[in-house]
Design a protein around this ligand. Structure first.
Ligand SMILES: Nc1nc2c(ncn2[C@@H]2O[C@H](COP(=O)(O)OP(=O)(O)O)[C@@H](O)[C@H]2O)c(=O)[nH]1
Ligand SMILES: [Mg+2]
Length: 328
């Protein structure tokens, strides 16, 4: 997966870009056979330098943002949810426009300087370029602001490892998701921020048969019924479908979690509709407290009973996706 956090540099404001461009030009000096020629050379060099700083800064930003044509993966979906792909493209298009406009201005005003017959005319042409270039950069000030905001939003998107097959855990609060994740993870699960939830996502790495699997618990997202989620949260959930190779849905027949089985099964149905085509394994937890007598898989995340069988079933559900050779 492309790493958004590292790739996109700090985005300067319009004022900062102009500052950077024009601060540098003042240091430029030139030699010349006479006063007029000297001012002309200096003016052209200053115009060239300002053009270079502005256009290369803008093009650096354009290149740093990912180019996305379809929302086919987690990253694209997250960009759509957080800032909107079309809005991002429009802003980048405007930066691209500004960069070429500045180069056009350079040509135009350099030739004005060249044909100047006095220091006054040459200076005026240079100043006119400064004015025009500044207004071009100021015109894209809102775009720069938007891209800076986008960059900050991107930093909240966890960068999951997409080399690993991924299991996403769902189920109401207190059914035992975290406990399960801790039990099956090789190390303490890490907590990552995720847009639109106040609680962090927990990511555990499960190891078996020399392979690693990523297991994700999503508090605040897959532990509520659909009607309680707003549009943005729905999309954040939807983004997970690009990541989930299989879903583990945990039920708590003891109902000590505070939710009746009826409601839990309703949530299961809504999760199914959210992830069409993704296999869902349903398991009953807390079998140490109660055995429902159903024919579903059963486990106790607390005592460890049945946990390995559940993991084996999950791994089995993605077997066709596994690389032939173990990863480590
Ligand atoms: N008796 C019993 N309690 C469990 C089991 N799994 C989890 N719990 C308890 O249920 C509560 C909620 O567990 P937690 O993992 O935080 O649930 P989550 O909200 O789904 O992440 C905690 O007090 C756990 O100790 C289990 O298999 N048996
Ligand atoms: Mg939890």
């Amino acid at each position: 997966m492309q790493n958004l956090r590292k790739r996109v540099p700090t985005i300067l404001t319009a004022d900062e870009i102009l500052d950077k461009a024009f601060r540098k030009v003042n240091k430029i000096d030139k030699q010349g056979p006479d006063k007029v020629e000297l001012v002309k050379r200096k003016s052209m060099a200053r115009i060239a330098s300002a053009t270079d700083v502005i256009s290369s800064t803008l093009m650096k930003y354009v290149k740093a943002f990912p180019s996305i044509n379809e929302r086919t993966d987690f990253l694209a979906e997250m960009i759509e949810v957080t800032v909107g792909i079309d809005k991002m493209k429009k802003a980048l298009g405007n930066l691209d426009w500004a960069a070429s406009k500045i180069k056009e201005l350079q040509k135009q005003y350099t030739s004005k300087v060249m044909t100047s017959s006095s220091t006054f005319a040459a200076d005026n042409a240079r100043k006119a370029y400064y004015g025009r270039a500044s207004s071009v950069v100021n015109k894209i000030a809102p775009d720069l602001e938007f891209l800076s905001y986008a960059r900050n939003e991107f930093r909240k998107v966890p960068d999951f490892n997409d080399d690993m097959l991924t299991f996403v855990i769902a189920g109401f609060p207190n059914v035992g998701k975290s406990q399960f994740l801790r039990t099956i993870s090789a190390a303490e699960p890490e907590v990552a921020a995720y847009p639109f939830t106040t609680k962090g996502i927990e990511v555990g790495i499960h190891e078996a048969n020399h392979r690693r699997y990523q297991v994700i618990d999503t508090p605040g997202l897959l532990d509520r019924e659909l009607e309680y989620r707003n549009r943005i949260e729905m999309q954040a959930v939807t983004a997970l479908k690009h990541l989930a190779n299989s879903i583990l849905f945990i039920l708590d027949p003891s109902e000590s979690c505070g939710y009746l089985m009826e409601g839990q099964l309703r949530l299961l149905e809504s999760v199914k509709t959210l992830f069409p085509g993704v296999p869902i394994l349903v398991v009953e937890n807390k079998v140490d407290m109660i055995d429902s007598g159903s024919d579903r898989l059963k486990m106790s995340a607390a005592t460890g009973v049945g946990v390995q069988e559940v993991m084996a079933a999950l791994r089995d559900s993605v077997k066709h996706l596994e690389a032939v050779e173990p990863l480590f």
